[in-house]
Design a protein around this ligand. Structure first.
Ligand code: FE2
Length: 284
């Protein structure tokens, strides 16, 4: 009997320790384990005589406060010395942090020019805060060719108004057709989206690169199972990472922060991500 009791106690202690370790991991370790993903894209639309350019894509900050993770992002950005920085929305979990957001965006724009769009957590006040910090909005903007400072590479960039939700095939097609009717294919074209749900339309319009976030990679994942929820009409299909169909590349970034929808800010087997893209001329 005593041996059985000892065994039970030992099992309970092991379970309790595992539980404490897992809680520590999902609350403290994984949310701060910033991972860098490197992606090289070669294109015919890049001038042969130009040095490659480095673009950093960040998304889904979901800021509650400017803490260790946000400051660490700044350090990584500074050490990578990008030419451009793209932001895909969902900046704040708390509406009272607009001033902090402006200051944070200013610290990022001191490193490189920022182009940004909005996400489903953002309002026009958020947009103003990011613009005040030095960001250039492409939200609901027509195509425009932008130069890269110090480089003779020019690119198109655009976003759409309802870029966080699928708005129905005919609505979406009409909106994109309107935005893209003057598309000059001489230039590399980037669709700065929030959700990956628009990927079929990016393929149809022969967009070179679509950058998205929104899914957070599922945020809470388990080994061999993956995510529980992605908030995408495609479910797990485009939950994270690299995809290429026909001429269009899609990268779905896992994002930096965690959704404010639930009280607990946790990540499991889904670390925050900084995407570092090198864009260069295709070798002929
Ligand atoms: Fe988000």
């Amino acid at each position: 009997m005593l041996v059985q009791k000892k065994k039970l106690l030992k099992t309970i202690i092991i379970f309790a320790l595992c539980f404490i370790l897992f809680i520590t991991y999902i609350f403290l370790i994984e949310p701060n384990r910033l991972e860098k993903t490197y992606l090289i894209i070669e294109t015919d639309r890049f001038p042969e005589n130009s040095p490659p350019i480095k673009i950093i894509h960040l998304t889904d900050f979901h800021i509650d406060k400017i803490g260790w993770r946000e400051k660490r992002v700044l350090k990584i950005l500074a050490s990578e010395e990008p030419d451009l920085i793209f932001l895909s929305g969902d900046y704040l979990n708390r509406k009272d942090k607009l001033k902090e957001l402006t200051e944070y965006i200013r610290s990022i724009s001191d490193i490189a020019p920022i182009y940004f769009t909005l996400g489903n957590w953002d309002t026009l006040a958020t947009q103003e805060a990011v613009i005040k910090g030095g960001g250039v909005s492409v939200f609901e903007k027509k195509l425009k060719v932008h130069p890269v400072p110090g480089n003779n590479f020019e690119f198109n960039i655009f976003s759409i108004k309802y870029n966080w939700a699928y708005i129905g095939e005919s609505n979406e097609k009409r909106r994109l057709d309107e935005l893209l009717k003057d598309l000059d294919k001489e230039y590399f074209t980037i669709f700065l989206a929030h959700t990956p749900d628009h990927f079929p339309f990016a393929i149809e319009h022969d967009i070179d690169l679509m950058l998205a976030g929104h899914t957070h990679g599922g945020q809470f994942r388990l080994p061999f199972f993956g995510s529980f929820y992605t908030d995408s009409k495609f479910g797990k299909k485009y939950e994270k990472g690299y995809f290429k169909e026909r001429n269009t590349i899609l990268y779905v970034n896992r994002g930096i922060g965690m959704t404010g929808n639930i009280k607990f800010r946790v990540r499991s087997f889904c670390s925050p991500e900084i995407l570092i893209i090198t864009l260069k001329s295709k070798k002929k």
